[in-house]
Ligand binder design. Structure first.
Ligand SMILES: [Zn+2]
Ligand SMILES: [Zn+2]
Length: 251
């Protein structure tokens, strides 16, 4: 089974603090694996609401140490390790997350702790996982590409659309973009709709579906669905806006 479940689609401090959208991260069910990416505030509660069993998670990924991505990480480690009773699972994260967000007690519960910098790879059985460069307001931050035998799925993480970003799109089938800002709302740390459109137009890509997520309050006021419609219109690639609890089945 290959499935994506959006526990949360909120991003940035205001959306997070007021929970205008949930911030529990994203679940990927790929083959026999249950991967929980960026378990922000409310991740545990959202697992319960969406029928996700934390004991079934065998891989946690944290793209960077901002709280909308890692607040519930230690809690989810307790889930992955069966209430601390079994040393199991894999954590893939930046060095700052591993050295500062997680205490030694929780770190020692995990079977494999993997620190990645951009361009480094690791694997989870048959899935290759590659870290991709981000330009963001954190000391270190990574996007993630999952390579399975059928597709490449790219989660951008929090990033500005830096020069050369379009090269990341070349081998991608499914794109999950943290398109936090609407229109041409510029930020040196985050992606806006117009910059994402430019990168897509400047790339040679075979993307089948774009899912935008991680919305700040200005994006929510503008309406993520209309921004997704603009992306579809300008790039001719099907783009949808994620909603809390949305499930996508991958072919
Ligand atoms: Zn964020
Ligand atoms: Zn961030």
């Amino acid at each position: 089974m290959n499935e994506i479940i959006f526990l949360g689609t909120g991003g940035g401090r205001y959306t997070t603090l007021f929970q205008e959208r949930s911030t529990g991260g994203i679940i990927f069910k790929i083959g026999s694996h249950q991967i929980h990416l960026d378990p922000g505030p409310g991740a545990l509660l959202r697992c319960k609401e969406c029928g996700i069993y934390p004991f079934s998670t065998d891989c946690l990924i944290a793209s960077h140490h901002h709280l909308d991505h890692v607040n519930d990480l230690n809690m989810m480690i307790e889930g992955m390790t069966h209430a601390t009773k079994r040393k199991r699972g894999t954590l893939i994260a930046t060095n700052t997350v591993i050295s500062h967000t997680i205490n030694n007690y929780h770190k020692n519960l995990i079977k494999d702790v993997v620190s990645l910098v951009p361009e480094q790879n690791t694997s989870l059985d048959e899935i290759r996982i590659k870290a991709i460069k981000c330009e963001h307001s954190a000391e270190d931050c990574i996007g993630i590409k999952f390579y399975t035998k059928n597709y490449c799925l790219y989660y951008t993480g929090d990033t500005f659309v830096y020069p050369g970003f379009e090269k990341n799109l070349e081998d991608v089938d499914y794109l999950i973009a943290n398109n936090i800002l609407p229109g041409g709302k510029e930020s040196e740390y985050h992606m806006c709709t117009n910059d994402l459109i430019s990168a897509l137009k400047n790339s040679v890509n075979k993307i089948k579906l774009i899912i935008i997520t991680h919305f700040d309050l200005t994006m929510l006021r503008n309406g993520p669905e209309s921004e997704a419609g603009i992306i579809t219109e300008k790039t001719k690639i099907n783009c949808i806006a994620a909603t809390d609890s949305m499930v996508i089945k991958l072919k």
